[in-house]
Design a protein around this ligand. Structure first.
Ligand code: T4K
Length: 407
């Protein structure tokens, strides 16, 4: 999609024409080779094997396991359920220490199965769980640490592993963002007891809905296989509590097709990342979240961090409002931290780094649905919004005041 003809006459929030005629989303799905996907769907229908351990699910699992050098991969309905499957199979009880600065699914997945999320702060530069805070939060009730490889940048896994080992805790990773990412030259997927990836439509490679649990632990994998399928070990033989966490063949068909284009998707993301870096380079106080060139990353999140001086001049939410008016549906990932949403907010303690970051980050559209022309236009909108910050702020305040009156 290209910017609307005529370019940016005036900011749309100030009465101009929106720069884009159609919305630009964060999380617009990447679509692989349609012909291949449709052939696979025909195949599923011809074989009349729609779910419960079909050929495509097995192939999908093998590809992911090979790609990340792990012994086991279990395809599941989504990452939220994948986290629950791993937590249940590990026999977790009581408290699970995790970052608040993450998508709410990390916390909800544990709370939904009766575990208590204990939120700790993240590092201001890493955006991932701070190992020192983890150590300080451990009590007799703690059974596990759940790290999140946010933006595909791996947690400080060595420090977390040392703590987990010393204190006898399980170690899980929410690797929803980390398909095809590495840490110190090792693929994500094999760290801790298990790692869980997401193949939701909005992820770099997708199965429409889907997830994958990766582990090198043979026994854990065997337990999870049983639990994933209602506790069955053989026909009519149930040996434990179980659930239905199985991925179906149609999702696996999409997932496999998507994985085949993974390199192409990453290349588009990387090209976009470079376009944002150069387009935003002359804007003071705007820093693109970067990736270590020594590691593999999927570049799936184009996130900018605004400096405190920037947000003083133009609050992050006002910049987002200006972008939305132009049909650029930037997102405030992840605002607020999980500890500030129910059911966790009532018992929340302050997490200064999380609260600060959650007011200064903006996720911008990337993926195969956008390219350098759109990104140039987005950068131009941001520059213009900064130049006209007082008017933008006033306009946002006006709208808020009018909305309050209407209520
Ligand atoms: N852990 C972490 C760290 C995660 O980020 C996530 C998911 C999970 C765990 C849980 O994984 P899953 O259980 O979902 O496998 C989206 C996604 O729904 C969510 O999966 C993702 N993280 C999160 C970061 O983003 P929302 O509510 O912010 O956005 P949503 O789903 O409404 O979609 C975003 C935009 O994408 C929309 O503006 C429209 C567009 N879109 C979306 C879909 C689904 C499309 O154009 N087409 C589509 O099919 O959560």
């Amino acid at each position: 999609m290209s910017p609307a003809a005529g370019g940016l006459d005036a900011l749309a929030i100030l009465g101009g024409t929106p720069a884009f005629t159609e919305p630009l989303h964060v999380g617009r799905p990447n679509i692989g080779d349609r012909a291949v996907l449709l052939r696979r769907i025909e195949d599923v229908l011809d074989r009349r094997w729609l779910t419960n351990g079909g050929r495509f699910v097995e192939e999908f699992e093998q590809r992911i396991a090979e790609m990340h050098g792990v012994r086991h991969c279990l395809a599941v309905t989504n990452a939220t359920v994948g986290l629950q499957l791993a937590a249940h199979a590990l026999g977790l009880t009581g408290d699970v220490i995790m970052p608040s600065f993450t998508f709410v699914a990390t916390a909800h997945s544990m709370a939904w199965i009766g575990l208590r999320p204990v939120f700790v702060d993240v590092g201001p530069d890493t955006h991932t769980i701070d190992p020192a805070r983890v150590e300080a939060a451990i009590t007799a009730e703690t059974s596990a640490i759940l790290g999140v490889h946010l933006w595909g940048r791996a947690c400080e896994v060595e420090a977390l592993k040392a703590t987990a080992d010393n204190r006898g805790l399980a170690l899980l990773f929410d690797a929803a963002h980390a398909l095809g990412c590495s840490h110190r030259g090792r693929w994500v997927g094999g760290f801790g007891d298990a790692e869980v990836m997401s193949f939701h439509a909005t992820k770099v490679a997708n199965a429409a809905e889907g997830g994958a649990v990766l582990t090198d632990d043979d026994e854990l994998a065997a337990r999870m296989r049983v639990i994933r399928n209602f506790g069955f070990v053989a026909l009519d033989e149930v040996v434990s509590l179980g659930t239905n966490a199985k991925m179906n063949e149609l999702c696996a068909a999409m997932g496999l097709t998507s994985l085949e284009s993974f390199d192409e998707f990453v290349a588009a993301n990387q090209r976009n990342h470079e376009a944002y870096a150069s387009g935003l380079s002359d804007l003071d106080g705007v820093e693109l979240v970067s990736f270590d060139p020594a590691e593999a990353n999927n570049f799936h999140y184009a996130v900018v961090e605004l400096s405190p001086a920037f947000v003083e001049r133009l609050p992050r939410d006002d910049l987002v409002a200006a972008l939305h008016a132009e049909n650029v549906l930037a997102r405030r990932y992840f605002t607020p931290g999980c500890h500030r949403v129910e059911p966790y907010a009532t018992s929340a303690t302050a997490l200064p780094v999380t609260e600060d970051l959650s007011e200064r980050l903006v996720a911008l559209p990337t993926g195969t649905a956008v390219g350098p022309a759109e990104i140039d236009a987005i950068a131009a909108i941001a520059r213009r919004a900064v130049d006209e910050a007082p008017a933008v702020r006033e306009r946002v305040q006006d709208v808020i005041a009018r909305t309050a009156v209407q209520r």
